[in-house]
Design a protein around this ligand. Sequence first.
Ligand SMILES: Nc1ccc(F)c(C(=O)c2c[nH]c3ncc(Cl)cc23)c1F
Ligand SMILES: [Fe+3]
Length: 291
Amino acid sequence: MAARIARSITKSVLSREQSEGDGARVFRSIGSYALRNLDPFLMLDEFDVRAPAGFPDHPHRGFETVTYMLEGEFLHEDFKGHKGRIGPGDLQWMSAGRGIVHSEIPANDKRNHGLQLWVNLASKDKMAEPNYQELPKEEVAHVSPEPGVDIKVIAGASYGTTSPVVTRTPTMYIDVRLAKGKKIEQEIPENYTGFIYTLAGSAKFGSQEHVSDAHHTLVLSNNLGTYIPVESLSDDAHFVIIAGKPINEPIVQHGPFVMNTQQEIYQAFSDYQHGRNGFEGAAEWTSSIRD
Ligand SMILES: Nc1ccc(F)c(C(=O)c2c[nH]c3ncc(Cl)cc23)c1F
Ligand SMILES: [Fe+3]
């Protein structure tokens, strides 16, 4: 049995609200100036959006977007007619691959609160066919190891429960709610890049018991640590723990295009403008969900 080594917290960054999309407000975690190069992760936004604000017609190529609703409801529609709703607790794991053009808009003018994580794809997967894995709340794996500990397993495994989501870039992603004084130890695969994003309440994280409240990103040490200990200090501690296997390839990002070379970025813009190589129909398409 390999030794169990607790990961520590090497960096804590408070996110401040910023404008994004069309009138939307987000707390940007990964992807902010202080939190780049957390390979394979490109962005994590905590969004809190009321219609008519939103994220109208835009493209993606070369990575995956993972939208997880905490409260409220989003509508989405893409340029091939795939459309639907993402409600409270629902998950949309979208692999854009060679190209998606879509619109993501709140369903109402109430609070629509959730997380969108951008996970990079290895060069071998960047031009794959787009793919959706869409789980309604009831199908999102969850485990409660004891009363007062509630874990949604969005990807990977936790306390013996495994998500059905297939991750091209190996990823572990759990949503954790803890009552006061409750403790967990979440296994983090060796050499995975890991971080915690806090949503509410306060808790002690890591071997040095780093205390944090909402909107903080806590970067985990990338030692050979095999787990992260957390103890709740409040009755409503709520956070996500996310970890992924680094891809270790060059990253050239221009907005919603993430490739390995500048030439591939030029190609992405050209394909998008001319409707080629996965963007067929993009130039003529506009979403109908905003109407
Ligand atoms: N400017 C810009 C450029 C490219 C994008 F893809 C986006 C975008 O769609 C989002 C960025 N944060 C998000 N959080 C939640 C949701 Cl549902 C969408 C987004 C965007 F805003
Ligand atoms: Fe998008």
